[in-house]
Design a protein around this ligand. Structure first.
Ligand code: HEC
Length: 132
């Protein structure tokens, strides 16, 4: 009985530890010095520029006619992000990018870039590719 409880306790600790470690690796972006990012995140930034999301969300994602994406991505799930960007919210002024290859081909990278901005890990909007 004692042993069983001990085993369950050990498992709980190990499993929780695993979950925490997995979470740390879950970050979709890599960044050093606040602005040197991996090549995938760089593609996200290029898609952001190419699609000119900044027209409505601000050059620093701080919000303009559209909301601050720094704030939005603190609560918006990735699925909600993808859905919103793909379909837009036409009645509310958010256009749809489902027909934009530059956005749709880089949607994961775009999310990674914006998530990094939202997390405060990417400290300036204009990023550079980190040296290999
Ligand atoms: C023409 C202006 C415009 C452009 C361009 C635009 N957006 Fe939006 N976006 C909006 C508006 C307005 C909203 C708020 C809609 C609402 O009230 O629900 C919004 C909402 C969003 C949301 C949901 C935010 C939330 O808190 O629910 C995301 C994510 C988003 N935009 C991402 C993007 C991305 C990424 C791009 C570029 C690929 C982009 N937007 C380009 C106007 C724009």
């Amino acid at each position: 009985m004692r042993l069983k409880i001990a085993l369950i306790g050990a498992c709980a600790l190990l499993c929780m530890g695993g979950a925490v470690a997995a979470h740390a690796e879950d970050k979709p972006y890599k960044v050093v010095d606040g602005y040197k990012v991996d090549s995938e995140t760089m593609k996200g930034f290029r898609a952001w520029r190419a699609a000119a999301c900044d027209r409505c969300h601000g050059a620093n994602q701080e919000g303009l006619v559209g909301p601050s994406l720094v704030n939005s991505l603190k609560t918006l799930t990735k699925d909600e992000f993808v859905k919103t960007v793909t379909n837009g919210r036409l009645d509310k002024g958010m256009q749809s990018f489902g027909n934009s290859p530059v956005v749709m081909d880089n949607i994961n990278q775009l999310y990674a870039y914006l998530k990094g901005r939202s997390d405060g890990a990417i400290t300036r909007a204009k990023v550079e590719e980190m040296p290999k």
